[in-house]
Design a protein around this ligand. Structure first.
Ligand SMILES: C[S@@+](CC[C@H](N)C(=O)[O-])C[C@H]1O[C@@H](n2cnc3c(N)ncnc32)[C@H](O)[C@@H]1O
Length: 225
């Protein structure tokens, strides 16, 4: 199989062993590939300007459980995370791209951030992007040092206990202790057991009113609302 992967500069094709070499592709297939490549370039060109950190500029894809926070909620979580991280504290946004976008929108150079994401469209964020699949929770690139993030802000894609369990492994591996987690209120007890987090009063909002999660903070952060 040959696969197209979006990269910061557009889209790259990765070779797989069972694929015919390019020279064996018909001119029709090559033309179709070139057309696809041109479309992808065009599709990502709007992500090069100053507004590339706008929430929603990478559209939701519900097939991979993408439901974006409202800008107000993203701002709240970003500010909360930043305050908890403290000066120079590194922040990991795990499957929480809107929080990453809000942080980068406001802090272009003075904060160390990583966006851990499964969807490679977020590779447009260059070195900040870390490919991540919760199904392989400890499979992280070498450049990521364990326990090197002052805080992890996380939102797991599927409200299944198994998904929370797996993502919790990643969160514990990355954080120095502080955690902000958005998850369903129904897993409150599991989240408390796995991560030592407690539900907060603040209710996160999404661009789609039907989506409901609760905000949990690691116990030392419980001073907030
Ligand atoms: C419910 S959304 C949380 C996004 C959050 N509300 C925001 O606005 O930033 C779940 C996120 O998990 C990501 N995701 C989907 N499948 C995943 C997987 N297998 N491993 C890790 N993350 C995944 C989606 O791309 C999406 O960003």
């Amino acid at each position: 199989r040959r696969q197209w992967h979006p990269t910061p500069s557009g889209c790259e094709m990765s070779d797989c062993e069972d694929e015919a070499p390019c020279s064996q592709l018909s001119s029709y297939t090559l033309a179709a590939l070139q057309e696809f490549y041109a479309e992808q370039q065009q599709h990502h060109s709007h992500l090069r300007g100053d507004d590339k950190y706008n929430i929603g500029i990478i559209e939701e894809n519900w097939r991979v459980s993408q439901f974006w926070y409202s800008p107000e909620t993203a701002l709240y979580l970003a500010e909360d995370g930043l305050a908890a991280a403290g000066e120079g504290g590194r922040i990991a946004c795990v499957s929480a791209p809107s929080v990453y976008q809000k942080l980068r929108e406001r802090h272009r150079d003075d904060v160390f951030l990583c966006i851990f994401e499964y969807n490679r469209r977020f590779a447009v964020y260059g070195k900040d992007f870390v490919y991540y699949d919760y199904k392989n929770p400890v499979d992280l690139p070498e450049r990521i040092t364990t326990h090197s993030f002052a805080i992890v802000v996380a939102d797991h894609p599927y409200h299944l206990e198994e998904c929370l369990r797996k993502m919790s492994e990643t969160i514990k591996l990355l954080t120095r202790g502080k955690i902000l987690l958005c998850t369903g209120a129904v897993v409150e007890a599991v989240a408390a057991k796995l991560l030592g987090v407690k539900m907060c009063k603040f209710i996160p909002e999404h661009t789609h009113p039907g989506k409901r999660v609760s905000l949990f903070r690691e116990l030392r952060l419980q001073a907030g609302p």
